[in-house]
Design a protein around this ligand. Sequence first.
Ligand SMILES: [Zn+2]
Length: 347
Amino acid sequence: MKTAFKKTIGQEKVKQLLARALENGQLSHGYLFEGPAGLGKRKMAKELAAAILCPKEEAPCWHCNACKQVEAGTHAEFRWIQGQEEGKEPVVSVDTIRSLIKDIYLKPYEGEYKVYVVPEADTMTVQAQNALLKTLEEPPDHSIIILATPEPERLLPTILSRCQRLVFRPVKRETIQSYLEESKKMPGDKAASLAAFANGIPDRAVEMLEDESYQQQYKAFIQLTDSMLEKDYEIAIEKGEFMQRDKSQALWVLELWQEWLRDLHILIIGGEPDLLVHQNQENRLRKQAAYYNESTIPMIHQMMETAREDIRTHGNLAFIVESLLINLVSMVKEPDNAKELASFLDR
Ligand SMILES: [Zn+2]
């Protein structure tokens, strides 16, 4: 058989390794896909499942019944195991894993394999992980378990050592650009700027292109960076209100903002605009750059890093966000070339 993983963008090493294992009939019984969110770990897990279950010579074909059922999540030999809401954050409970284990020892109805995917493996409770461990140690011949997580350190070391670990890495800008040109039919210059924005994470480009709520959040973020220039605490807090929706939202904004600062820094030191992540905002970045000293950028970056850490360790979200914004406003200076800039921007 021949394997062709066409849906996941980039990750050539991972693809090659899995394709070789499939073609030589040497699949592992346990895989761990690790790496930052947005790199295609879930997509790859689905592609691998389809490739395993698809009967065609070149698999996955995405046209046969097996492939379609994997896509729809209805294939009898394919399970996608997600957490249930318990309190605020979804967890994969020990009961869920126990029912998986019960199922895993039953032979497949047809074909050779049964494929189990836990796409957010770090949401397994410790008891759930312990329950899974025994199956990973003595898996039935027909079972393939795929775990995926951005945070492998949240899994038991014994789980990690029982899986073949595949690391997903940021994708080259050119790879994302050609994907956008070919699959999304974008013109070259637009694709280049969106690929820069993706900053190694293909899902970011796709969300920016297709997800209206993502676009709105981004707009709110841009307005927040603009509001800094007014040097007014109340305005900043008002514009930053959307950060307080939930923790993940706040962390997302801070990550973007840190990239934004790197872009400001590049322009302040006269670097190439080609290096910018937010290329489509170059004029705005140039304007804002005049309001910051080069020496304050690392300090602001550090303040944001501290805020992220505080948010992660379950501090009071509203308090952290508001104090950060107040501190940020105090770091903004009067622009030294205001008139020049105004004329530059009017052109
Ligand atoms: Zn197929």
